[in-house]
Design a protein around this ligand. Structure first.
Ligand code: AMP
Length: 299
């Protein structure tokens, strides 16, 4: 199958206890697409400014990621500045400069409207709905969101979620969205609101999948070095959706495996700044962590 991802392509400035980097490649669609590209064909829909370094587009194309849907607009690229403390589960946003991303409202090119799998990263839920309305019946619709939309556009998000197969969000967002402190109760409450299933990401504590039929948990891949958690969630989503696309069928077994691949991809992303580590690895590195994962969780 093939995947269409709609989200941000950004320049990030990041500070962690281990260092500081300015204007490095980031954005939800970037992390997602590089991660998913290990498994299947991905096309990106995003917008960047004229200042966006061409080398990044070239790198994506060299990985067989479709970039025709990245519109280069006059103005500056979206920039995000973030800081993490020793507890790297919490990102502090220092600044968000939307720039050309402010007017992001894509017309999906005709040849991409038949993409069987659609991943809508954390954009305005009204925009997520607008994108979906242009598609020709995708087989799998997954989306992410964030605290900003949960607070500011809860009604739109709730309406949109009825159309979604897999809704991904982190633990703090799940508690905020559901009003439930307990994560299992939160997952149940979220599924009762409309999406067919929910994946709650708990950072270094792993992930939980919940649907009316199935409940599955996976730990995070244990790492000694976590350098920069930026993009872990989107990289996780890229592994999940990429694997499901490659598997060609969505059932309990493939969903379980996809969560493990998502966790493995995220474990690589956090080992270096930006997408650096993801650009370093090959499929045997992923396979090695997959078999480690099996050994670590067998009992
Ligand atoms: P994650 O750590 O997976 O939640 O995603 C981090 C990425 O999201 C960074 O590379 C940012 O460029 C991007 N990002 C941060 N804030 C926003 C926003 N408001 N809209 C879209 N993308 C964002």
């Amino acid at each position: 199958m093939s995947i269409l991802v709609v989200g941000s392509v950004a320049l990030d400035s990041i500070e962690t206890p281990f260092g500081k980097k300015n204007e490095i490649l980031g954005g939800s669609a970037t992390f997602f697409s590089i991660s998913a590209s290990f498994f299947d064909k991905v096309n990106i829909i995003a917008t960047v400014g004229e200042d966006f370094p061409k080398k990044h587009l070239k790198m994506l194309r060299n990985r067989n990621i479709g970039t025709d849907g990245i519109a280069v607009k006059s103005g500056k690229t979206f920039r995000w500045e973030g800081r993490y403390e020793y507890d790297m589960n919490v990102a502090h946003t220092l600044a968000t400069h939307l720039n050309v991303f402010q007017d992001f409202s894509p017309d999906i090119p005709q040849n991409l409207r038949n993409s069987p799998i659609l991943f809508l990263a954390n954009i305005d839920p009204d925009l997520q709905d607008k994108v979906l309305s242009q598609m020709n019946n995708p087989k799998l619709i997954a989306c992410d969101s964030m605290n900003h939309w949960i607070t500011g556009k809860k009604g739109s998000l709730e309406k949109f979620l009825h159309k979604v197969d897999i809704f991904l969000l982190n633990d703090a967002e799940a508690r905020q969205f559901s009003g439930e402190a307990n994560l299992l109760m939160a997952a149940k409450a979220i599924v009762a609101k409309g999406p067919r299933s929910v994946i709650i990401k708990k950072g270094e504590h792993g992930v939980m999948y919940y649907s009316k039929r199935e409940h599955f948990i996976a730990p995070a891949y244990p790492l000694e070095t976590v350098f920069d958690p930026t993009g872990a969630g989107d990289t996780f989503a890229g592994g999940v959706i990429g694997y499901l696309s490659k598997a060609g069928k969505i059932n309990d077994a493939t969903i379980r495996k996809s969560m493990v691949y998502g966790s493995i991809m995220a474990s690589f992303a956090v080992e270096d700044f930006s997408v650096n580590r993801l650009l370093d690895i090959k499929m045997p590195d992923i396979d090695k962590r997959y078999s480690d994962f099996k050994k670590l969780t067998r009992f």
